[in-house]
Ligand binder design. Structure first.
Ligand SMILES: Nc1nc2c(c(=O)[nH]1)N[C@H]1C(S)=C(S)[C@@H](COP(=O)(O)O)O[C@H]1N2
Ligand SMILES: [Mo]
Length: 278
């Protein structure tokens, strides 16, 4: 009887032991389970990210396709817009999408030369001549003359002391050297026979208009010296000194007087950007 009781106690102890061990062993799979769960979660996250990346890449490939399929743009501006919008799209995306960024950049780089070639713009429009004066509008030859080109037109160069009178009654004499404007328009730009006027436009917005008759005139006067006769000129030199190009285009329109008392100085246009013939 006592042995049986002892056995019972032993059984109970064993049971408790077993339960305690089982308790421990049930914990272990729990941890492993959560590990697996975590791994599954990570896999899910990675898969999700991959999917996202694919979407991003697909979209960029689509964008590239759009660029490829589009007809040749009319001008360089359009091309730039395309390039910029491509970059905008990249900016809004995951930053670690280097591959996709590279791909788009390459595409843009590849496209540029094509489109510039296709544009077939006249050389003057693509590469602006430095310190040049433009003649546009109602002429046979729209032209852009550099300072060196003007200096080489020796047969139409004119220089003299010009008399000036301004709004305040201030007078003066200034030595100018330049080209005869009418001869420039007639001989170098093939001005149209029906041209009626010209506009001289400066980089600061100052603008003076003359009729063709005024431009043709070769006998402007100096009210203080009846022996003089002047054409309108585009001067690049004043008092023996060339204009400083850092001040603006080195050209100034100079005109004499039509009669005594004629206020001619406000008609002198400095920093000329262009001459428009109408
Ligand atoms: N580009 C440009 N040219 C200009 C002007 C101007 O404001 N801008 N002012 C005109 C006027 S009103 C006068 S009186 C003379 C003044 O010439 P000055 O600055 O050599 O005295 O330039 C004329 N040419
Ligand atoms: Mo003036």
């Amino acid at each position: 009887m006592r042995k049986l009781k002892n056995n019972k106690i032993m059984m109970i102890i064993l049971l408790i032991f077993t339960i305690s061990i089982t308790g421990c062993s049930t914990k272990k799979p729990d941890i492993e389970d959560s590990k697996i769960l975590l791994e599954n979660n990570n896999e899910d996250l990675e898969r999700e990210k991959d999917e996202e990346d694919n979407v991003v890449e697909d979209k960029l490939v689509e964008d590239d396709k759009d660029l490829d399929e589009e007809d040749t743009p009319a001008n360089e501006e359009e091309m730039m817009e395309e390039g910029l919008s491509g970059e905008d799209k990249i900016d809004s995306k995951d930053q670690d999408n280097d591959k996709a960024i590279l791909k788009t950049e390459e595409t843009i780089k590849e496209k540029k030369p094509d489109k510039v070639q296709n544009a077939e713009l006249p050389k003057e429009e693509v590469v602006e001549k430095k310190n040049a004066i433009k003649i546009k509008g109602n002429v046979g030859k729209e032209s852009t003359f550099t300072l060196d080109e003007l200096k080489n037109m020796t047969e139409i160069i004119f220089e003299d002391d010009f008399y000036s009178l301004n709004n305040f009654g201030t007078t003066g004499y200034t030595h100018f050297k330049g080209v005869n404007l009418w001869k420039l328009l007639e001989q170098k730009s093939d001005i149209s026979t029906n041209a009626s006027k010209i506009k001289i436009i400066a980089t600061d917005g100052y603008e003076v208009e003359f009729t063709i008759e005024q431009v043709k005139r070769q006998d402007y006067i100096d009210e203080s010296n009846p022996d003089k006769a002047f054409p309108m000129i585009i001067a690049w030199e004043e008092e023996g000194k060339e204009y400083n190009v850092s001040d603006g285009p080195p050209y100034k329109l100079i005109v004499g007087q039509t009669e005594a008392g004629d206020i001619n100085k406000p008609q002198w246009v400095s920093k000329i950007d262009r001459i428009i013939v109408e």
